[in-house]
Design a protein around this ligand. Structure first.
Ligand SMILES: CSCC[C@H](N)C(=O)N1CCC[C@H]1C(=O)N[C@@H](C)C(=O)O
Length: 349
């Protein structure tokens, strides 16, 4: 729910007079239209916001959109906007607009098209109370589903069946499945994005489960690594190291902290345990309409934490041929620190 005043200021700062929005999550954030992928938005030079979509969505757009709706298909969409944009500098979303899309706009508009990056994404990083509530509910629902499914995670069960139960649980509770469920057991745990396979979980395995709900468009995200039976001493040591890094990074979350510094903190702890090389991804990310959004908690990030951001902290260690561990919490950055939204307990391994 991006505020119009903030949007106008960001557009001015980007040095453009108007903005053509084609990124689905940005379309949704600006308008409330839930089929963002089938809509485009023009923020005009006077600050007027128009949602363009086609006649399949007439009723839906009228019900959902907070802004004026124009039903049209390209090329009428472009022609409709052309007069208002003559001679202006119009921002286009460089991270999303295709080369073909750029050609179409150039053909129809007598305007200077200026690539902009991350303009609306930056505004979306700070969530409104309503957005926080949607994420909170999505995570609470995911926590409940995890508790229901937990007893079936044992030796002899396929990863796919664990994923299916999680998906069914989310669906039954009224949510969507936020992303392909990761269930990575035994040596498959060495794959950070090891989506559930036909592998049968064995005694002594660690099992990494990373899943999320999507509710009213907003995601949750959480990872737990569980032990089935007694894992090797090596994997128990790795688990302890990842837990230490996770807890230290969570404890350091507060407004004003540089995301790059948080990544360095967690990475440093894993390095002390000889697992620096094994931490094969960034520490975390913002969560909202997209599963991965601003801020980026990685060592090259310029982002700084601010109250109202919803982020993950998810260090991991991945040992090819052996296994892996990841522990992830979902956090709201508050005025004086943080609130952990993912309430599923971490197990003793
Ligand atoms: C396909 S959505 C995966 C959600 C998951 N919680 C997640 O964000 N993961 C899993 C391990 C790595 C991490 C990830 O994909 N991080 C991105 C932001 C990166 O580039 O490091």
């Amino acid at each position: 729910m991006t505020q119009l005043a903030d949007l106008e200021q960001a557009i001015r700062q980007a040095g453009v007079d108007a903005l053509w929005v084609s990124t689905p999550a940005n379309v949704r954030a600006l308008t409330g239209f839930s089929s963002g992928a089938d809509g485009k938005v023009l923020v005009g030079p006077t600050g007027t916001v128009t949602l363009y979509t086609d006649s399949r969505y007439t009723v839906q757009a009228q019900e959902e959109s907070r802004v004026a709706v124009q039903i049209a298909r390209p090329p009428e969409t472009y022609q409709h906007a052309a007069d208002a944009l003559k001679g202006l500098r119009v921002g286009i979303e460089a991270d999303h607009l295709t080369v073909a899309g750029l050609e179409d706009l150039s053909q129809h508009w007598e305007a200077t098209l200026v690539p902009v990056r991350g303009l609306i994404e930056g505004l979306r990083a700070i969530k409104s109370p309503q957005e926080v509530q949607a994420i909170r509910e999505a995570q609470a629902l995911a926590d409940r589903v995890f508790a229901q499914v937990r007893p079936m995670i044992r030796a002899g069960v396929r990863e796919l069946d664990v994923a299916l139960e999680l998906e069914l649980g989310l669906r039954r509770a009224g949510a969507e499945v936020g992303f392909d469920v990761i269930v990575a057991s035994g040596p498959r745990g060495a794959m950070p994005h090891g989506v559930a396979s036909e592998r049968v979980i064995e005694e002594g395995d660690l099992v990494t489960i990373d899943f999320g709900a999507r509710l009213h468009g907003y995601h949750s995200d959480m990872t737990r690594t569980l032990a089935v039976g007694t894992p090797s001493d090596e994997m128990r040591r790795v688990y302890g190291a990842v837990l230490e890094a996770e807890e230290a990074a969570v404890a350091a979350v507060k407004p004003g902290v540089r995301c790059a510094d948080l990544d360095t903190l967690a990475r440093g702890i894993l390095e002390q345990h000889g697992l620096g090389e094994a931490f094969a991804h960034s520490l975390g990310h913002g969560v909202g309409l997209n599963i991965h959004e601003t801020p980026g908690l990685r060592n090259t990030s310029e982002d700084v934490l601010a109250a109202g951001m919803v982020i993950t902290i998810e260090p991991g260690a991945y040992l090819p041929g052996v296994g892996g561990v990841r522990i992830e919490d979902l956090l709201l950055v508050t005025e004086d620190g943080y609130e952990v939204l993912s309430l599923t307990p971490k197990e003793t391994v």
